[in-house]
Write a protein that binds this ligand. Structure first.
Ligand code: HSE
Length: 444
């Protein structure tokens, strides 16, 4: 059979990894795909970079549109990134009848509905294993391996940069700014790490996981997103004393309506206390891990490298092999892009953060006076919030007054109630600094 011919858009680190792995494992890959998979053309604005990546193996140019228009190209790999020119080129490739493999989480989280609809109309596949958790085959697991299950929730560490920073903060007892500088020096964080540290990158990935888990459209705009920028070393240390680690978790959960709660999907990214005894709490450095709770299978955990040249290439090539095998199949018999048949997608909305149900860690810096604790616990009780644990420790030295840190762990509550309780506690004259609130998940 003639080789499966692929055009590569964007010759960066992952493009280089894809060439290297395809070349090194070409015989194994051919035995699996049933034909050779060959990148025959590369397009990049930086021609020298494209030549470095392709060597003599492919024709190199700087015209992506000309590459897409070539009739011999079966599939296009999009590794440009972002939601600008990448969107235009992906839609053009689809319109030209090319299958697309992309690692672009932002593109799919924001424009996925448009892109998957266009792919459906043109009978092509848009494959995106590399967009979430790099080398971990989490899309395949959710979409195919767990297809018998009603998925209940997913909780993942799906941003390696922030996990590295949090590990450094905990292990070396350093603050956020120092850990970020270390991450940049060691090449874990981008020169502009904004999307990582603000949680946006993880939210893009969580949006894709949520759509596949529940058969709902991608709804990035409705995700609640909070990064690690304001996280303080003191809270990491207190959490540890209480038996927890703080991780930037991406969480998506199906919530049935009840007398007390609205129904819908939770889709949120924020620092989270996780019991130290959970495996996922021990995922350190730049590694990724995703927990999936299905009603039949129970809890499953997927662990591996979420970024890097060859781990990401592993996912890109797996998609190419899938497409090479299925290219001639009737489009109706392919695995649906978002796991559920397009006509069976549900219009379940994402719950506003005030309707999310979770437990909390609170830290209050208070004046060490009689009755302070009673007033605080009284406000929590007024709002129907139940306390799980309480710790009092000497806090940072104040301006002459005796101060103490009060740390409270609560049981599950609706977030809106906690927000109201915090506003009331914050107004007490004996509460001397901004109250720290971090969500807590038991992941049991
Ligand atoms: N910036 C991402 C991370 C790379 O740190 O995980 C992979 O998407």
């Amino acid at each position: 059979m003639k080789p499966f011919q692929v055009g590569l858009l964007g010759a960066g680190v992952v493009g280089g990894g894809t060439f290297a792995v395809l070349q090194r494992n070409q015989e194994e890959i051919r035995r699996r795909a049933g034909r050779e998979i060959r990148i025959t053309h590369v397009a990049d604005v930086d021609l020298a970079r494209a030549r470095r990546v392709a060597g003599d193996a492919a024709e190199v140019g700087n015209d992506a549109r000309a590459l897409i228009a070539r009739p011999e190209i079966d599939a296009v790999i999009e590794l440009i990134g972002g939601t600008g020119i990448a969107r235009t080129l992906v839609l053009e490739a689809i319109a030209a009848g090319k299958h697309v493999v992309t690692a672009n989480k932002a593109l799919l989280a924001v424009h996925g509905t448009e892109i998957f609809a266009a792919a459906g109309e043109n009978g092509v596949v848009v494959a995106f294993e590399a967009a979430v958790a790099g080398g971990i085959p989490i899309i395949k697991a959710l979409r195919e391996g767990l297809t018998a299950n009603r998925i209940e929730w997913i909780a993942g560490i799906i941003n390696g940069t922030t996990n590295f920073i949090l590990s450094e903060m905990r292990e070396k007892r350093i603050d956020f700014a120092t850990a970020l500088a270390d991450a940049q020096r060691l090449g874990y964080a981008e020169a502009d790490p904004t999307f990582d540290i603000t949680g946006v990158d993880a939210a893009h990935k969580a949006t894709i996981l949520s759509a596949i888990a529940f058969g709902v459209p991608v709804q990035f705009a409705k995700a609640y997103v909070e990064g690690i920028v304001d996280l303080q070393a003191a809270d990491i240390a207190y959490a540890e004393q209480l038996g927890y680690r703080i991780k930037l978790l991406a969480i998506t959960k199906r919530r049935e309506a009840s007398a007390n709660h609205a129904g819908g999907i939770e889709l949120r990214v924020h620092p989270t206390l996780v019991p130290s005894r959970r495996l996922i709490a021990n995922v350190e450095g730049a590694m990724n891990a995703v927990m999936v709770q299905g009603d039949a299978v129970g809890t499953t955990l997927y662990y591996g490298k979420g970024a890097g040249a060859e781990p990401t290439a592993s996912a890109v090539i797996a998609d190419l092999v899938d497409i090479a095998r299925l290219a001639t199949a009737d489009p109706d018999h392919r695995v649906p892009h978002l796991a559920f048949q397009p006509a069976a997608m549900q219009d379940l909305g994402v719950l506003p953060i005030d309707d999310v149900v979770t437990a909390f860690y609170l830290r209050l810096q208070v004046a060490d006076e009689t009755g302070v604790l009673a007033r605080i616990t009284g406000i929590l009780a007024e709002h129907g919030i139940s306390i799980d644990a309480l710790l009092q420790r000497p806090g940072a030295a104040g301006a002459g007054e005796a101060r103490t840190d009060v740390i409270i762990l609560t049981h599950d509550t609706v977030e809106g109630r906690m927000t109201a309780a915090i506003a009331k506690m914050q107004a007490l004259p004996t509460v001397l600094a901004k109250i720290v609130r971090i969500r807590k998940e038991d992941l049991a």
